[in-house]
Design a binder for this molecule. Structure first.
Ligand SMILES: Nc1ncnc2c1ncn2[C@@H]1O[C@H](COP(=O)(O)OP(=O)(O)O)[C@@H](O)[C@H]1O
Ligand SMILES: [Mg+2]
Length: 209
């Protein structure tokens, strides 16, 4: 049965699409991976188009952007012949987003170390908890040292929330890789960003085992 990971957070620009694309690309090295893009902006779908158009082909990923009433059956269909499904969602909780949270083995909530990001995440965190889903916060674009980061980590863990140990730094490599239809582990496998992404993936696999 496929592992379903939904990336959700009600604020735009926190790194949902980046995280979904990079986890999908890293997993695609040795697994059958599908991405499901339910954000009407379709950034993940466009990333996949760049990937499909590459002169030098990258590992295959199935891409679907089905939404609305066909979403549930599409998800079941994808689960049948893939090992992992990464779902990218819009910056709001609508019917589709609820469905993909309910269907997830793990919900990842990217949060930049700033209070508005933390506040914006609260709705998604509550919904995931109400649905009894496993949910983990991923700190994204984290400065190397930051007092604010430390106080945000203390606040989140103090509320009993799961925070992944691995934070992702603010790294131009993510945008560079994205522009080529790749993940950072493919475009710059020896970079710090790629190391962070692999460590994050290890934690995700550990959490969902
Ligand atoms: N760790 C990171 N380091 C540098 N830039 C990042 C990082 N994560 C995301 N970005 C950039 O931030 C912007 C928003 O990211 P995106 O994944 O599109 O967010 P969302 O899907 O939540 O709206 C993009 O330009 C992306 O390249
Ligand atoms: Mg997005």
């Amino acid at each position: 049965m496929a592992l379903v990971i939904t990336v959700a957070q009600q604020k735009g620009g926190t790194g949902k699409t980046t995280l979904a694309a990079n986890l999908a690309a890293a997993l695609a090295a040795d697994r059958r991976v599908a991405i499901l893009d339910i954000d009407p902006q379709r950034s993940l779908t466009r990333w996949h188009q760049l990937r499909a158009d590459r002169d030098k082909p990258a590992a295959a990923i199935t891409c679907s952007d089905v939404s609305g009433w066909r979403l549930a059956t599409e998800l079941e269909r994808l689960k049948r012949d893939h090992d992992a499904i990464l779902i990218d969602s819009p910056p709001r909780i609508d019917t589709d987003a609820r469905l993909t949270i309910r269907a997830a083995d793990l919900i990842l909530v990217p949060v930049q170390p700033s209070l508005p990001d933390v506040w914006a995440a609260e709705g998604t965190l509550k919904l995931a908890t109400d649905e009894r889903r496993k949910v983990a916060i991923v700190l994204n674009r984290v400065p190397a040292t930051s007092k604010l980061r430390d106080s945000i980590v203390a606040d989140l863990t103090g509320r009993g929330l799961t925070l992944l140990h691995t934070g992702i730094g603010n790294r131009a490599g993510f945008a560079h890789a994205f522009a080529q239809g790749l993940g950072i582990t493919e475009a710059a496998p020896r970079s710090t960003g790629a190391r962070e992404l692999r460590a994050l993936l290890d934690e995700v696999m550990e959490l969902t085992r």
